[in-house]
Design a protein around this ligand. Structure first.
Ligand code: ATP
Ligand code: MG
Length: 798
């Protein structure tokens, strides 16, 4: 039972308690009242019937005394007024029935139970009461009355009334209980609901409403206070948790930032170290190249001087011994060597940034536009050439011919790297080299530059090759295929022009060589760019005879690019062999000086006999004058001087082929020597300033052979004294004491009309504020006469 109520609400329990109490109370009351009433009813009946019996008994005493049963019966009949009396009997003192009323059922002998003063018997629904009848204290008989008892009916109606009253009372009590319960349990329920909500929702801000001031009210207040405390505690805890979480988050963020900062720092350190390493190696590289350049320049300069002496002497010898054939071949050999040496020296000087340059304000877009055609032909069909020209390109101050050579050199490198097929891109653009770049490349000054980039899709260069690529004579190409001077010359030119060069390369992907020339703010100079585009090629066949394999290859490449069919031979005999095989050629292009017993001039003669239409073009480090005067070649032969530019060669070849097609008469030597470039017989007195006495005397001798009167001076100081005596000054640059340049300035100051020629293998005089002629070392007699002519013409004025 207790368990049943355990989970019931307080309200139910309260109602149950009230209901139970009411019911028990009612039951107890009803029972008590029932018992009481039953006792009372019984007593009243007994008393009533006993009194009745006594009254009737007394009334029948005379009948008994006088033995008058009829009287007795008559007296008994008085009981008729009492309808509930069922029967009555009168017994005599012996206990024998004497008279009765409706009482045939009474036994004849009196029931002993009725012999007492008052006898009582309750049977079924009847009550029987007896009384002794006394007369003066003597028992005279017994009176017995039986009546309808009616106890149960009475009890029933009584109990019904009680029940109705009970139910009414119960309902009333329930209503009262309900009202009371509302008063008592509602606050408790409120508290309970609050507790439930708080527990379920975890919301400590909920409060119960205090409706009473009793214990429940106190409980509500206490719970509210408790909740406030908990809420505050919770909030504080939440705040501290939040703060903790924030702190945690902040710590994590800080840690992350720290880690990132550390990683970044490490990366920066690595990058910086790498940058420093790169900068250092770039510096080392440029210092190394600088040192090698200085060394090379010095050596080349001295080498040129030596070559000059040898060459000049050889020229003198060659003229003096023009009739002695064996001596000739020796001189030829020696001259060829001088020629090669001179070429080498000029390349080295280019690397050492000491070649004479003719810088003019140039727009590289115009320059590359004009080269496009030549490049396409030089590189062959299988290499795609793309020229991307940057818009609004700035001008730069460069020697256009040298830049053309650089582009050609780099393009040929690209062609070799691409194994004759691939994509070559020539690109120009304006660029800004910033401080960061300058930091990485210590030799660069930050600023505005014009970039010329030549990219290929070739084999690329490993780092060790990039590192050494600019070194003179560094080549990975086979014997006779590369001299390793192409990039060195390029490097020298770029540096001499104030620029910067950088190689970017990836193995198997290709190479980009980027050249940066500093921007200038001058309009492009209107000097016509060499009309390379005008160069015409042809489809004629040409036999090239050249013992220098590198030269032979270069010539072959350019002629092939121009559309000619080309066959090569390395000496005169090999050339003849090819012709004797029955091959026909339109042109024989041969070096004058050839190894082997068969001379090239003789080989040319035999070839001409076999192929009468064969045009012949000679080439030599010697000039036409020297060679023709020396009797090595027939008059009227065509000759191109070494070193020649590809464009010159192309034009010359075209010209020679066309000339021979027209069967025009060869130009006689007499006429040729009268051309302005070769006829240099302007008489005059020349002061030769040269500290090397040997070179000085050779030069004087050469000049006298050209018809000049020459006097020598070994120093500038000595020369100053002699200046007034002469009408031309020819001076070396490097002299003991005052330099040749200083001497030239003083000479110009004394007499601005006096022609000045400065002899140097290096570009030392180009910055002079007045015009001078430069005589490059080593020079041939023809060049010398040429320069003398120009010097006198220039100073003669227009
Ligand atoms: N575009 C390129 N791709 C791959 N390697 C190159 C490229 N250009 C130059 N090189 C490498 O650099 C070396 C030096 O080049 P450089 O032009 O100075 O000499 P070379 O081409 O060998 O000979 P030369 O130019 O005198 O005929 C080459 O031998 C080659 O190994
Ligand atoms: Mg090269």
């Amino acid at each position: 039972m207790i368990m049943l109520f355990r989970f019931k609400s307080v309200r139910h329990k309260f109602l149950a308690a009230v209901a139970t109490t009411s019911i028990v109370t009612l039951l107890v009351t009803i029972t008590a009242m029932g018992i009481y009433d039953w006792n009372d009813y019984k007593t009243r009946w007994v008393n009533d019937l006993s009194n009745q019996a006594m009254l009737i008994g007394r009334a029948t005493i005379p009948a008994l005394q006088f033995d008058d049963p009829q009287l007795a019966t008559k007296n008994l009949k008085l009981l008729e007024v009492r309808p509930r009396v069922h029967a009555a009997a009168l017994y005599d003192a012996r206990g024998v029935i004497y008279a009765y009323y409706k009482g045939e059922r009474y036994p004849v002998k009196l029931d002993p139970a009725f012999k007492q003063d008052i006898g009582l018997k309750i049977e079924n629904s009847e009550i029987t009461v007896s009384r002794r009848i006394h007369q003066h204290g003597i028992l005279v008989g017994y009176m017995v009355i039986t009546a309808e008892y009616g106890l149960y009916q009475r009890l029933f109606s009584y109990m019904s009334i009680l029940l109705l009253v009970g139910i009414f009372a119960f309902v009333i009590s329930l209503l009262i209980a309900r009202w009371l319960q509302h008063q008592v349990t509602q606050p408790v329920e409120n508290v309970a609901r609050l507790a439930k909500n708080v527990v379920e929702q975890g919301d400590y801000s909920l409060r119960a409403q205090k409706t009473t001031d009793d214990e429940v009210g106190y409980l509500v207040s206490a719970i509210n206070t408790l909740l406030t405390v908990i809420e505050r505690g919770n909030k504080a805890q939440e705040r501290s948790l939040k703060a903790l979480a924030q702190e945690n988050e902040a710590r994590k963020t800080t840690e992350l930032q720290l880690r990132q900062a550390r990683d970044e720092l490490e990366l920066r350190v690595q990058e910086r170290t790498e940058e420093l390493r790169k900068a250092q190696s770039a510096l080392l590289q440029s210092q190394k190249l600088e040192a090698v350049g200085q060394l090379t320049g010095g050596v080349a300069h001295d080498f040129n001087n030596i070559l000059q002496v040898i060459g000049s002497n050889l020229e003198i010898l060659s003229m003096k011994f023009s009739d002695i054939t064996p001596a000739h071949s020796r001189i030829d050999g020696a001259m060829a060597a001088v020629d090669k040496g001179a070429k080498l020296a000029s390349q080295l000087l280019a690397f050492a940034r000491r070649q004479p340059l003719q810088p003019v304000s140039t727009n590289l877009n115009n320059l590359t536009k004009n080269m496009d055609d030549l490049l396409r032909r030089a590189l062959g069909e299988s290499i795609e050439v793309e020229v991307i020209q940057g818009g609004g390109l700035w001008n730069v101050m460069v020697d256009r011919n040298q830049v053309e050579n650089v582009i050609l050199n780099l393009s040929i490198n690209a062609r070799d790297a691409m194994n004759n097929s691939g994509h070559l891109t020539i690109e120009t653009s304006n660029v800004m080299l910033d401080d960061l770049y300058a930091e990485d490349n210590p030799e660069v000054t930050a600023g505005q530059y014009v970039m010329l980039a030549i990219s290929d899709t070739g084999c690329g260069m490993p780092p060790e090759v990039i590192e050494r690529a600019f070194e003179p004579f560094f080549t990975t190409k086979g014997e006779g295929k590369g001299t390793g001077l192409g990039l060195s010359m390029t490097y020298g030119l770029v540096k001499q022009s104030g620029g910067h060069i950088k190689i970017y390369s990836e193995i198997d992907n290709g190479t980009t060589v980027k050249i940066y020339f500093p921007r200038i703010h001058l309009a492009e100079e209107d000097m016509p760019i060499r009309q390379i585009a005008d160069i015409q090629g042809g489809n004629e066949s040409i036999l090239v005879v050249e013992d220098d394999m590198a030269v032979q290859k270069a010539v072959k490449d350019i002629l092939l690019a121009l559309g000619y069919q080309v066959e090569c031979a390395s000496d005169a005999q090999a050339a003849l062999n090819i012709i004797e095989q029955g091959r026909t050629f339109d042109l024989l292009f041969t070096d004058v000086v050839m190894p082997g017993p068969l001379k090239s001039s003789e080989m040319a003669k035999i070839a001409k006999m076999k192929l009468p239409d064969l045009a012949i073009l000679f080439t030599s480090g010697y000039t036409q004058n020297a060679i023709v005067h020396g009797g090595k070649l027939d008059a009227g032969v065509e000759l191109i001087n070494k070193p020649y530019r590809y464009a010159d060669l192309a034009r010359k070849i075209r010209m020679v082929i066309e000339k021979s097609d027209k069967k025009s008469n060869p130009t006689p030597i007499a006429q040729m020597s009268k051309s302005p470039e070769s006829t240099l017989t302007m008489p005059g007195k020349i002061l030769v300033v040269e500290d090397n006495l040997e070179a000085q005397s050779t030069l004087c001798e050469l000049l006298s052979m050209l018809g000049y009167e020459a006097i020598g001076a070994s120093s500038a100081e000595a020369a100053l004294e002699l200046l007034t005596e002469v009408n031309i000054l020819l001076t070396d640059v490097n002299l003991p004491g005052m330099s040749g340049i200083e001497l030239a300035i003083q000479c110009h100051a004394q007499d601005p009309s006096k022609p000045i020629i400065i002899s140097s293998g290096m570009d030392t005089a180009s910055k002079l504020p007045f015009a001078v002629q430069l005589l490059p070392k080593p020079f041939s007699m023809a060049i010398l006469s040429d320069i003398l002519y120009k010097a006198t013409q220039q100073n003669a004025g227009p």
